[in-house]
Write a protein that binds this ligand. Structure first.
Ligand SMILES: Nc1ncnc2c1ncn2[C@@H]1O[C@H](COP(=O)(O)OP(=O)(O)OP(=O)(O)O)[C@@H](O)[C@H]1O
Length: 459
């Protein structure tokens, strides 16, 4: 375990520094990213035509000050070498466009930042994530807008919910808007609501999620996918805290805290023109980057322990995970991050007999590996539990792997058939309830022949 950087359960160390451009003053580089570019809202604004709007970013990490080029046109150079991402430990010169920047590491070299081992339902062992939890707990009590970034399954939505729960708004609604599933033509109506008859198809009045979230929190998920045309309107709503529905005649004030998440590198999208810089800076008042699981493998044991507990296991359940299983988990690449681990733990737990070893590593990627043509067909009408009681009979005479696949397939089919009915075929809703991506949901529905009117063509 990478405990070297953990001072105590409540402190972690990062390496920071300071940076200055030409004769300008020094700017400290701590755990809040410093963005350098031509855009007036950057932390260091440089008037150099060869520099991009948002050019590079510096932040203190456990490994040193991380310098990241943000997809700039002319590149970022450290010691004469063009870099995409580099960690600085010693004094050096950076060059952006025609401007030279001087970097110096902090004295003392390591900065101590507070950390906590859990935030809401999120747990971690790694110093970086525990520092992030501390930051989340601090911002929770404010009304600051937070942009949570990270790969799929790193816990962005759960972190947003936890911020809401830890805030003074906890008793008010937490409303999720999936910006990734808003068609351009309906973006404004989806964000701000519409009056009855405002456009063809607007048979009923529809409330804005900002109104539904009144007094609470609105979570703009997949913000990076928000159609460009509606971005100025969202910016205005966020700045003025008032909205007007499509077809409405007046503005209405809203008291809503905004949280957002994206899998995309939004600050880079600013340089390509896919995302407006003013909206980016408005939303990213505080930025939190959830680390990919492959970069914090030491979190796996505490995550597994927590997941088993959530599944109803007692303290002894974790002892059923062997060291060799943990080692195999540590060697995995984790494209689905914590969600992938959670699925593997759930399947291992459901399939193991009482007291049997939990072979979590055997179920990695189970979501994409199973292809049994013999299980396709209409879902059975009686929905059982995760592993339904009638499945036993079909084990007879089958090899273990085949029998296991049958049970899993049956579980998947019943699970998704049930959710499909509950969510009335709404893919986004199914994805949300299942805690997985829409693309995965579609794969499952297709695999098991589950479809209805809503997305019949796709499912
Ligand atoms: N640190 C953690 N501790 C415990 N559970 C976690 C942690 N991080 C993520 N999870 C679990 O992993 C699952 C995926 O989390 P979540 O849906 O928040 O991911 P996401 O980053 O929003 O994914 P996507 O980008 O695909 O929407 C959830 O079930 C969540 O509870």
């Amino acid at each position: 375990m990478n405990d070297a950087t953990v001072l105590s359960r409540n402190k972690v160390e990062v390496r920071g520094g300071r940076i200055k451009a030409g004769k300008a003053g020094w700017v400290e580089v701590g755990t809040e990213p410093v963005i350098v570019g031509r855009n007036a809202q950057c932390s260091i604004v440089l008037d150099d035509a060869k520099i991009s709007a948002v050019h590079a970013e510096l932040v203190a990490t456990e490994q040193g000050v991380r310098v990241r080029d943000l997809g700039s046109r002319n590149g970022t150079f450290a010691g004469g070498v063009r870099v995409g991402e580099v960690f600085l430990l010693a004094a050096c010169k950076l060059r952006l466009g025609e401007t030279e920047l001087t970097f110096e590491p902090a004295r003392p070299e390591r900065i101590t930042v507070p950390s906590i081992p859990a935030f809401g339902p999120l747990v971690a062992q790694s110093a970086g994530m525990r520092g992030i939890f501390e930051k989340l707990s601090k911002v929770a009590s404010t009304d600051l807008t937070v942009l949570i970034t990270g790969e799929t399954g790193t816990g962005k939505e759960v972190a947003a919910q936890a911020i809401h729960q830890a805030s003074a708004r906890a008793k008010k609604p937490f409303v999720v808007v999936d910006c990734g599933s808003i068609p351009s033509s309906l973006a404004e109506a989806t964000l701000f609501g519409h009056e009855r008859g405002a456009f063809t198809g607007a048979v009923d009045k529809r409330l804005s999620p900002f109104v539904e979230a009144e007094g609470g929190t609105i979570f703009l998920d997949e913000l990076g996918e928000l159609p460009i045309e509606v971005q100025p309107k969202l910016l205005r709503a966020l700045a003025e805290r008032r909205i007007k529905s499509v077809g409405g005649s007046s503005y209405r004030e809203v008291d809503v805290r905004v949280l957002a998440a994206t899998r995309r590198d939004l600050v880079r999208a600013v340089n390509t023109g896919a995302f407006r810089s003013d909206l980016y800076f408005r939303v990213a008042q505080v930025r939190v980057e959830l680390t990919a699981l492959r970069q914090r493998l030491e979190d796996i044991p505490v995550l597994v322990r927590r997941m088993l507990r959530d599944l109803g296991g007692d303290e002894a359940s974790f002892d059923r995970v062997s060291n060799s299983t943990l080692e195999r988990l540590m060697r995995h690449d984790w494209p689905g991050n914590v969600r992938e681990l959670k699925n593997a733990v759930a399947v291992a737990y459901a399939l193991a007999g009482e007291g049997e070893e939990l072979d979590v590593a055997a179920h990695l990627g189970a979501l994409t590996e199973i292809h049994e043509p013999h299980v396709a067909g209409p879902p059975p009408s009686s929905a059982g539990g995760p592993v339904s009681s009638g499945a036993g009979a079909s084990f007879k005479g089958k090899a273990f792997q085949e029998a296991k696949h049958d049970v899993l397939a049956r579980f998947e089919r019943e699970y998704f058939a049930g959710l499909f009915d509950e969510a009335k075929g709404n893919i986004s809703e199914i994805a949300r309830r299942a805690g997985m991506e829409r693309a995965h949901v579609r794969t499952y529905l297709k695999r098991h022949g589950i479809h209805g009117k809503t997305e019949g063509g796709e499912a």
